[in-house]
Design a binder for this molecule. Structure first.
Ligand code: ARG
Length: 585
């Protein structure tokens, strides 16, 4: 239907107009904030008075006199040295929320005026290798950022830059040539079988590689054959990729995440463009030959002994590596996909790599002022002991096992609370609760920080968890079902209780929050908003009876309306983060 202007921006506009009337010569920001004392506080007048060498309290009074209160403001008070405390009318709150409620899933949130194209590089596991907890973060954060960007109207294109190239394929392919039939056909296996088949081949080939010099030499020749596009070699390489995809898809499905095949564009996809990338860099002088290799130097990037650390575009033996594929990918993403923003959701330990790649691309002119490139470098997942997450045997934890355990733990929680759920329903909800818990724990921490993978905490019903939010949602659904003879209706003429106003104003701020969190690539801000929403709802529910004791009909309808809008906002916000909200728990 139609986007809705929030109360906060309406108040902001009125204040800006009043400021302009009071101080025609100066433009100033009223610096409006939500406040505990009133609904809003404007702190900007102090600085402005200082600027024009006036008395802040006098200016504040002048602004108050010039303020147009009609239909919006209930009370404006000058306080302290020159703050304004502003209270809006109950009517304005309910009317604004009613307009949001009439706007379907968008809840009145406007689309960006000038949407661009963001290519987002996330969920990039490696072929023939197990996915571990590090791959979790890229997938979860990337998927959430994408949901948020899409909701604001940005066009997003996903790129899963999987590790599907490199010298290890010489070893794997050579082994398969010498032991045909060891890799099960991709069409015949499920994800679990695919991975164990790959693991078997990987371990067996590694053993031969380490023990047998002749095999090592044949494997090396196989790398050359692969790079020169030998048909038989490429066909076998493709089998490893296909087998791995079966496995990847099974994990992404477990993660309740949609991954599109046409967006799986791995390192190898840029092979054809890499010689050109090298040529352009060398011709423009951005890259230079050094001991046979083609490299790029940076003034401010130094390693041990103050020696410059170069980015290697092409090795002395002519081979291309990780950097060349990323540089070629940038050319593709900017020139062919017309991206305005490049976003990489990659472990912070690769931040130096990206710094050098971006700087090189800028020097080469592939990145300009019109195109931003950002590495959303995320921190490490730690065990409950605060050390990098490992099994008791000191091995990296398989992502699948982790997810399975989370679902199992969630089932216990759901079963304990369940009143009228069948065992099938318990299992079904447990996947939503368990996977949601894993995602939320990740997303509610600022991406750049490390976080502890602590299942006990994650599936807890109390505190800042998705389980708490999901129960708040399910409880509202149950209230709406139980409300006999009344349905959600906004009644703008009613006087609101403080808990209703607090909830209402928070609901009204959803759009601005999403815009801000998206612009800052900060899903944790959305998580914090939702947590606060559920907390405000809990207070509202404690203080304002909805069905028991039954209030007057209109009050009941209006409260049901607040319940319903809270549920819809929770649902939408969680959906943006990639988390389900079951109707019954
Ligand atoms: N596959 C890589 C890894 O597991 C991550 C790829 C990140 N994306 C990129 N464009 N380099 O470390």
């Amino acid at each position: 239907m139609a986007p809705v202007t929030s109360i906060a921006s309406n108040v902001h506009q009125r204040l800006t107009d009043a400021l302009a009337a009071a101080l025609p010569e100066t433009v100033g920001d009223p610096l409006l904030r939500r406040s505990d004392r009133a609904d809003f506080q404007a702190n900007g007048i102090l600085a402005l008075a200082k600027k024009v060498k006036g008395n802040p309290r006098e200016l504040a009074t002048k602004v108050t006199d010039a303020l147009d209160a009609a239909g919006l403001l209930a009370n404006v008070e000058v306080s302290g040295p020159g703050f304004l405390n502003i209270t809006v009318t109950d009517k304005a709150i309910i009317e604004t929320l009613a307009a949001r409620a009439a706007d379907g899933d968008r809840l009145g949130v406007p689309l960006k005026e000038n949407p661009g194209v963001t290519v987002i590089d996330y969920a990039q596991p490696n072929v023939a290798k197990e996915m571990h907890v590090g791959h979790l973060r890229s997938a979860v954060i990337g998927d959430a950022l994408r949901g948020m960007l899409d909701f604001t109207g940005e066009k997003t294109i996903g790129r899963h830059h999987i590790g599907d190239w490199g010298t290890q394929f010489g070893m794997l392919i050579q082994y398969l040539i010498e032991h045909p039939g060891e890799l099960a056909p991709a069409e015949e296996v499920d994800g679990e079988q695919a991975m164990s088949s790959l693991n078997r081949v990987y371990k067996a080939s590694r053993t031969v590689f380490d023990a047998d010099e002749d095999f090592k030499e044949r494997a090396r020749k196989r790398v050359v054959a692969l790079q020169s596009g030998d048909k038989e070699t490429l066909d076998l390489w493709q089998r490893f990729v296909d087998e791995s995809k079966v496995y990847f898809y099974s994990v992404f499905e477990k993660l309740d995440m949609e991954i599109r095949d046409d967006e799986i564009v791995g390192e190898s996809a840029y092979n054809d463009g890499m010689p050109e990338t090298a040529r352009l860099l060398e011709e423009s002088g951005v890259a230079v030959r050094s001991e046979g290799a083609l490299v790029v130097f940076f003034d401010d990037i130094k390693g041990k002994d103050d020696q410059p650390v170069p980015l290697i575009v092409q090795k002395a033996d002519g081979g291309f590596g990780y950097a060349a594929s990323d540089l070629t990918a940038i050319r593709n993403r900017v020139q062919d996909l017309h991206a305005n923003s490049l976003l990489y959701v990659v472990d912070v330990r690769q931040s130096l790599h990206f710094k050098m790649v971006f700087e090189t691309a800028r020097r080469a002119g592939w990145l300009s002022d019109e195109v931003t490139a950002h590495n959303m470098g995320y921190g490490t997942v730690l065990g409950a002991d605060g050390k990098p997450f490992k099994t008791r045997e000191g091995e990296t934890v398989r992502l699948q096992d982790l997810l399975d355990e989370a679902v199992q733990r969630a089932a216990e929680v759901v079963r304990e609370k369940a009143k009228d759920l069948t065992e099938d329903e318990i299992q079904e909800q447990a996947t939503k609760v368990g996977i949601g818990a894993v995602k939320y724990a990740d997303l509610s921490t600022s991406p750049s920080r490390d976080y502890k993978f602590d299942l006990d905490q994650m599936v807890s019903l109390n505190g800042d968890t998705s389980v708490y939010l999901q129960y708040a949602y399910a409880r509202i659904q149950s209230i709406l079902r139980k409300a006999e003879g009344a349905s959600p209706v906004a009644h703008a003429e009613l006087e609101l209780a403080p808990a209703e106003r607090a909830l209402g104003l928070h609901l009204d701020g959803f759009g601005e929050l999403v815009t801000e969190a998206t612009a800052e690539y900060a899903p944790h801000k959305l998580a914090a908003y939702l947590y606060q929403l559920a907390s405000l709802y809990t207070t509202f529910y404690d203080q304002c009876p909805v069905i028991k004791p039954r209030p007057a009909q209109e009050v009941m309808e209006n409260r049901l309306f607040l319940c319903d809008l809270t549920a819809r906002t929770l649902h939408q916000g969680m959906a943006l983060l990639g988390i389900r909200t079951p109707e019954r728990l």
